[in-house]
Design a protein around this ligand. Structure first.
Ligand code: C2E
Ligand code: CA
Ligand code: CA
Length: 558
């Protein structure tokens, strides 16, 4: 008989324990807002003296003793209608920094039960996460998402006549620092840059880091464009001063593009795109410069965009064509090879020379499939020529990446059946300097297959000699500018002589490019060049013109 009686007893014990040991504060108020019941944790959370925890204490008295305030968000919630039931979550911010969350359950008789919980830790963690989501961890500056939100909010004000400037900043020469001194040094540099930028702006301006070495400043409440111009100059000057990272003195600079709202755009996307176009122009016009957005830049970007779309389709539409320019043995005036030169037969714009689309092809990576087509086409064509004529093919730096060049050359040789010795690849010094190890490895592999390697535009850069020590080229092609300067400039003649004799002693054949006159031909021959190429011998020819030439030379061949 003792058993049924023990259940309520046990229940009561459990309830009392739960009530006393509960990590939450618990209280019950009656319909007149007087305290009915309260647990010790409640008094602790609110720091209430014993006098205020007695049954019958009015709610208002407790409120008065509380050192804190209900948060704004919590105050904004609607109160339940008298006599209705429901649960409300409220939150208090205490003067000592704690956050208290209260879950109040209202009952129909007007009484209520409330659970009180100290959520300080959770709120701190949430704030940290929010900070991480809105800030760049490296510099502590607002990040791209935050910038967008701030811009959105500030652009709302431009409707009321305020003007705002968005400055986009891109560091010059940051990559070499990162590559040569390591990422830790790169990070340290970015932190210093962030500090200097902060030092350039007013309290109200926003400085954000929006990408690797890209920053942005939002300037508002100033007279534009004068203020943005002054600020940009201050920033350029501040960043031009040398930085010391990892014990090294490094020089970076910054290019700045500016767009001003509401004139250059009223929403964040448009404004950023326009500032970006201005930045693009600033970089193109030489580093360390400032450019404001101009409407023409949009048209230019659209043109570029259209060209890119056209270029993507050009291969499948068969719009590329190779021209071939003869290379002539100066000694006996015999053709020894032809250089393949790419042309784009654009459906609207007509025939386009490579200088007009090569940069775009390289930037978009399209040069890889295009270069593959060039190799294939050139090798096939060369198979129809006399066996002692070589074909020279120009290659770009981008083609060295991911082993594309080696793969494509090997495939072109195999598929066409051209002996490797009849193919010569022409690389420029500039393309070798992008990633010398990668490039020289690829060229070494080609050379070991028997393919010849020529250095194009030799002498146009500064590292040509250093590269000669690292790789044994088969040919040096003297930059066209030397031949061009021949009549005007004694130094040009001396340089041609030096290069030709250096070539001779290294066993490297030299080709003079851009030979336009008989006098130029005589001069380069005199100075020791072995091969000549240029309009004096022949302009670049279509494939069928080369065939006609071959026919004329060897009438027996069909
Ligand atoms: P490059 O390799 O230096 O080619 C020689 C350029 O000089 C050609 O211009 C040629 O038409 C031009 N030229 C030849 N003889 C004379 C002359 O006597 N006087 C003058 N003033 N110019 C002469 P093109 O065909 O417009 O090619 C320009 C550049 O485009 C080439 O310079 C080469 O770097 C690049 N290129 C051409 N085809 C290809 C290709 O298939 N792939 C890659 N990656 N680049 C190519
Ligand atoms: Ca060339
Ligand atoms: Ca050249």
């Amino acid at each position: 008989m003792g058993r049924p009686a023990s259940v309520p007893q046990a229940e009561a014990l459990a309830l009392r324990l739960a009530f006393e040991k509960l990590p939450h504060g618990l209280c019950v108020f009656d319909g007149d807002d007087r305290l009915l019941l309260v647990n010790p944790r409640y008094a602790h959370i609110w720091g209430l003296p014993a006098a205020l925890t007695r049954p019958g204490t009015p709610f208002a008295d407790i409120m008065q003793a509380t050192r804190g305030q209900e948060t704004e968000a919590s105050r904004g919630q609607p109160k339940p209608a008298p006599g209705s039931t429901g649960t409300r979550r409220r939150e208090w911010q205490m003067e000592d920094g704690r956050s208290i969350e209260i879950t109040v359950t209202h009952r129909a008789d007007g009484s209520c039960v409330a659970l009180h919980q100290d959520v300080t830790e959770q709120r701190h963690a949430q704030a940290r996460i929010a900070h991480l989501a809105w800030h760049d961890a490296l510099t502590g500056l607002p990040n791209r998402s935050r910038l967008r939100d701030e811009l959105e909010a500030l652009l709302g004000r431009t409707a009321r006549g305020e003007v705002l400037a968005l400055l986009l900043l891109d560091l010059d020469r940051f990559k070499p620092v990162n590559d040569t001194l390591g990422h830790a040094a790169g990070d340290a540099l970015l932190r210093q840059v962030a500090l200097r930028l902060r030092g350039c702006v007013r309290e109200t301006d926003i400085v954000a880091r929006i990408g690797g070495d890209e920053f942005a400043i939002v300037q508002w409440g100033a007279t534009q464009p004068a203020a943005a111009s002054t600020l940009a100059r201050r920033v350029i000057e501040a960043l031009a001063a040398p930085h010391v990272v990892a014990g090294h003195t490094v020089h970076v600079g910054v290019s700045v593009g500016v767009a001003i709202a509401p004139f250059d755009g009223q929403d964040p996307e448009v404004l950023q795109r326009h500032a970006d176009l201005a930045l693009f122009r600033a970089k193109a016009d030489g580093r360390g410069t400032l450019r404001f957005f101009e409407p023409g830049m949009d048209a230019e970007a659209r043109h570029r965009h259209d060209m890119e779309a056209d270029l993507r389709r050009a291969l499948e539409r068969g719009e590329f064509e190779l021209f071939y320019q003869p290379q002539v043995e100066l000694r006996d005036q015999q053709v020894c090879g032809l250089e393949a030169l790419l042309r784009w037969n654009h459906p609207r714009l007509g025939r386009i020379a490579p200088d007009a689309f090569m940069t775009l092809a390289e930037e978009t990576g399209l040069i890889v499939p295009i270069g593959r087509w060039v190799l294939m086409q050139a090798c096939r064509q060369a198979c129809t020529w006399p066996a002692d004529w070589r074909v020279a093919v120009n290659v770009s730096a981008v083609q060295f990446r991911q082993g594309a060049l080696l793969r494509d050359v090997t495939h072109a040789l195999l598929a066409s059946g051209l002996p490797p010795q009849r193919l010569e690849v022409e690389v420029t010094e500039a393309s070798l300097l992008v990633d010398p190890d990668l490039a020289l490895d690829a060229l070494g592999a080609l050379r070991s297959q028997g393919v010849r390697v020529a250095m194009d535009d030799f002498g146009s850069g500064r590292s040509s000699l250093r590269l000669l020590r690292r790789f044994s080229f088969d040919r040096l092609k003297l930059d066209r500018s030397f031949v061009n300067d021949l009549g005007r400039d004694g130094a040009a003649l001396a340089l041609i002589r030096t290069v030709a004799s250096m070539g001779q002693s290294l066993g490297i054949s030299t080709t003079a490019e851009g030979v336009e006159t008989a006098a130029q031909m005589a001069a380069v021959m005199q100075e020791g060049c072995i091969v000549g190429q240029g309009w004096h011998f022949s302009r670049p020819l279509t494939a069928s013109a080369v065939q006609d030439f071959v026919q004329a030379l060897h009438p027996k061949n069909t």
